[in-house]
Design a protein around this ligand. Structure first.
Ligand code: FMN
Length: 183
């Protein structure tokens, strides 16, 4: 699950490392690239009218439900924007995490997903993100746990604006280890 609009971004480099590691480990994967898909994160009036019955109108929602149902692990790669996920990823939860399709409050295992890995980047240090503001990952734990995930791993490359090239290279070298933790 990738939520960044620009292929020249650091997040894109993290995505590439993630995919390389999955391939090296013989792990089959399906990439959801929300921006490349042109996903519209806005839940419209007509979509909300069928939301209560877990209906949807966007064909991408159908595609994403099938992908989520077929996997037991998910990697999320995204930057922290306003102490949270970019709007396109927030909208993914709004539109795709439908009751009795992806989430259930009675049956905590609507999907086979048991583990999730979140790889994020931020301008703030990780410590400031967690301790001075609302920890964005705690907030995201809610939808991810609602789909049945028992374990959520998180690695953030904080202070990214002030980071120097060697630190960035170092982090990218560590990504394969983070992904292997999930496998
Ligand atoms: C719209 C927007 C909102 C942002 N909000 C935050 C924020 O709340 N906290 C933070 O630490 N960084 C914030 N940033 C900085 C990004 O996290 C940072 O630019 C990104 O992680 C860098 O990775 P990239 O080169 O892959 O884009 C924001 C950036 C943008 C564009």
């Amino acid at each position: 699950m990738y939520a960044h609009p620009w292929d020249g971004s650091f997040n894109h480099a993290v995505l590439e490392e993630t995919i390389k590691t999955l391939k090296q480990n013989g792990q089959e994967y399906t990439l959801i690239d929300l921006n490349k898909d042109g996903f519209n994160p806005v839940l419209t009036e007509s979509e909300l009218s069928v939301y209560g019955k877990s209906g949807y109108k966007d064909p991408l929602v159908d595609k994403y439900i099938k992908i989520l149902k077929a996997t037991d692990k998910i990697v999320f790669v995204f930057p922290i924007w306003w102490i949270g996920a970019p709007a396109i990823l927030k909208g993914f939860f709004d539109k795709v995490f439908l009751k009795d399709k992806i989430i259930s409050f009675e049956n905590p295992s609507m999907t086979k997903v048991k583990k999730a890995l979140l790889l994020t980047t931020s301008e703030l240090t990780t410590d400031a993100l967690v301790n001075e503001f609302t920890d964005p990952i705690r907030v995201l734990n809610y939808p991810i746990k609602s789909m049945g995930a028992k374990e959520i791993l998180w690695h953030n490359f904080g202070n990214i604006i002030l980071s120097e090239e060697p630190e960035r290279v170092d982090y990218l070298n560590n990504v394969s280890g983070f992904v292997e933790e999930l496998l």
